[in-house]
Design a binder for this molecule. Structure first.
Ligand code: GAR
Length: 199
């Protein structure tokens, strides 16, 4: 493959990680891939606005509406758009083995902790930071990893540590983990995987 890797970003909410990817594409940090498509399972996701502002096609795929057809529909959209890499950027749906094996080593997720801490089923969004603060760890961070059938269990691509401050709340910690870790290692990981795929 010689041209750029075709990237789809799957989102559910605010989309700050999607924004980091869009910005990284503009600044040249992502040079080996191109974001072709954004898919949200939530029609109210602000991430959809971010995609539209950046001129990227955005599609809503609602799990509740589609039921059993949710994953087959996603697969059909991704395959028909010849997508090479799927980035889960705050995508709050667990994907089945059928889906993950269809795109083996092609799905990347960003998780807001240092895996294997505070990860797996039930650990998402603010809950992850609440758990880290409740446990009393002094260091947390973010992980970018490949996605397989085990939630947050695939091979790690990059990690970055973030120190916890005495007065941190889940909200202040979430913001700092995003700023210091997620928005940096997600674009870097996407570039790394894109470069390997187009080789
Ligand atoms: C991010 O912190 C991301 O790591 C987390 O949700 C947030 C989405 O924010 N994802 C998970 O917890 C997945 N297990 P965003 O919509 O602003 O990118």
């Amino acid at each position: 493959m010689s041209s750029k890797a075709k990237i789809a970003v799957l989102v559910s909410g605010g989309g700050t990680n999607l924004q980091a990817l869009i910005d990284a594409q503009r600044s040249g940090i992502i040079a080996s891939g191109e974001i072709k498509l954004v898919i949200s399972n939530n029609e109210g996701a602000y991430a959809l606005e971010r995609a539209k502002k950046a001129g990227i096609s955005a599609i809503v795929c609602n799990k509740k509406v589609l039921g059993d057809e949710f994953e087959p529909t996603l697969i059909e959209i991704l395959d028909s758009n010849h997508i090479d890499i799927i980035v889960l950027a705050g995508f709050m749906c667990i994907l089945s083995e059928r889906f993950t094996s269809h795109f083996a080593n092609r799905i990347i997720n960003v998780h807001p902790s240092l895996i294997p801490a505070f990860c797996g089923k039930g650990f998402y969004g603010l809950r992850v930071h609440e758990a880290a603060l409740n446990y009393g760890v002094k260091v947390t961070g973010a992980t970018v990893h490949f996605v397989n059938e085990i939630p947050d269990g695939g091979k790690i691509i990059m990690q970055k540590a973030v120190y916890i401050k005495e007065n941190d709340t889940p909200e202040t910690l979430q913001r700092r983990v995003m700023e210091e870790a997620e928005w940096k290692i997600l674009p870097m990981s996407v570039e790394k995987v894109s470069k390997e795929i187009i080789k």
